[in-house]
Design a protein around this ligand. Structure first.
Ligand SMILES: *Cc1c(COP(=O)(O)O)cnc(C)c1O
Length: 399
């Protein structure tokens, strides 16, 4: 071999005797073939074969297999973000003239995608009450192709009755999809209830370190998976194997991170519940949270994301209260190691069940910091809501 060729041809080392616990990152655009026949028949390799980097490398397959197993699904596809998973799953299964029913509590970007892009494609978009299967049933039509769920709902945390929703939707000939980001497959396995398509923002708990974006779509049947896979191939949508390696790493600690976040969330919520500045905390394990009984029946546990509603008259001090926190950072994309807080407005995103309370929800995501510092932050937050000044950066409770 001449030197210039040596520079571009990498020797393949002997692998026998080497076994690492770290999944290898296989990068590829092109896949090379052993002979002319293998190339000519590459189209016959099917959904599990390798034919082009966009359709997966061993690294993305490892991640898919892990997610498929955890979800109890038949198949998994990876896409560049959680919202990508929602939009792509819906887009791939509906056609002009179809009707889709979306929970009124859906992730806002999913609503915008449906209202603008599905509608632009000739799909009729309608919303239903997340807390009423009767309301959903009334709205089903012969051309309803997809019923979209998210349980618990974004920010407002309504837990939905997935088994009942699946029963009425399937009886009407519709597919059921569900955004399972809050729970991950560790806490809720929607496929077990017959949900056809489950999406998850791996960006959140699976990635777990606020440094990547990825989404997963899992399917209970190969047939629907093949439809969506063909669509993402035509649309040229794929993910980076390097990011897949990061998700594989993140998932190794996901169960511990999530159970820790739930325990911490419970103790922090205990501090908020009886305070005069707080009207309500929305978190499915609380008996007052919407759909609590369904959560108890269907879920294995809770994640560390909860919402807080302020009592009347306290929102005027919100900015000072947010600024009083030092360990909780202000930010939206939760599920990482750092605790986050973000004020949200939901009024404009509710059309079936108008949001009649003050249009301000403060969403908390609990991370892995020392609990005493998170408690001190909440005390500073509550004091500032009440108009009291506190010394910041001090782990001593301020009230
Ligand atoms: C964050 C989130 C998404 C979007 O995930 P990205 O990866 O940020 O696009 C979708 N659904 C829910 C419920 C989310 O919380």
């Amino acid at each position: 071999m001449k030197d210039k060729t040596r520079c571009v041809v990498t020797p393949e080392p002997e692998l026998s005797g080497f076994r690492s616990l770290a999944p290898a990152t296989y990068r590829a655009s092109t896949i090379v073939f052993s002979d002319a026949h293998a190339y000519a028949t590459r189209g016959e390799r099917g959904i599990d074969g390798y034919s082009y980097g966009l359709y997966g490398t061993p690294t993305t397959r490892m991640l898919c297999d892990k997610l498929t197993g955890l979800a109890g699904a038949a198949r998994c596809l990876l896409v560049p973000s959680g919202q990508g998973a929602n939009a792509i799953a819906a887009m791939a299964v509906v056609s002009a003239g179809d009707h889709v029913l979306i929970t009124d509590s859906a992730y806002p970007a999913m609503r915008s995608f449906a209202d603008l892009d599905l509608a632009r494609s000739g799909v009729e978009v309608e919303y239903y009450d997340p807390t009423s299967v009767a309301d959903l049933k009334r709205r089903l039509r012969p051309n309803t192709r997809l019923v979209w769920c998210e349980s618990p709902g974004s920010s407002t945390m309504e837990v939905q009755d997935l088994p009942d929703i699946v029963a009425v939707a399937h009886a009407a000939g519709a597919l059921v999809g569900c955004d399972n980001t809050w729970s991950t497959s560790l806490l809720l396995k929607p496929h077990r209830f017959g949900v056809d398509i489950v999406t998850e923002a791996l960006t959140k708990y699976a990635g777990g370190h606020s440094d990547l974006l990825m989404g997963a779509i899992t399917f209970s049947s190969d047939e629907v998976a093949k439809t969506v896979r063909a669509f993402i191939g035509r649309a040229g949508i794929g993910v980076s194997p390097d990011d897949a390696t990061l998700v594989l790493r993140g998932m190794e600690t996901m169960a511990l991170r999530m159970s820790h976040a739930a325990v911490t969330a419970e103790s922090l919520i205990g501090r908020l519940l009886d305070h005069r500045a707080i009207a309500e905390v929305l978190w499915p394990p609380l008996p007052t949270s919407p759909g609590h009984a369904i959560w108890q029946r269907d879920f294995i546990g809770a994640s560390g994301v909860f919402s807080v509603l302020l009592a009347d008259g306290f929102s005027q001090n919100l900015d000072a209260a947010l600024d009083a926190m030092k360990t909780f950072l202000i930010g939206a994309s939760w599920g990482g190691t750092r605790s986050l807080v973000a004020p949200m407005s939901v009024g404009e995103w509710r059309t079936v069940r108008p949001w009649e309370r003050e249009d301000l929800i403060i969403r908390f995501s609990v991370g892995l910091e020392d609990v005493s510092e998170l408690e001190a932050d909440l005390d500073a937050f509550l004091a500032a809501l009440c108009g009291q000044k506190t010394t910041t950066g001090d782990a001593t409770p301020a009230v």
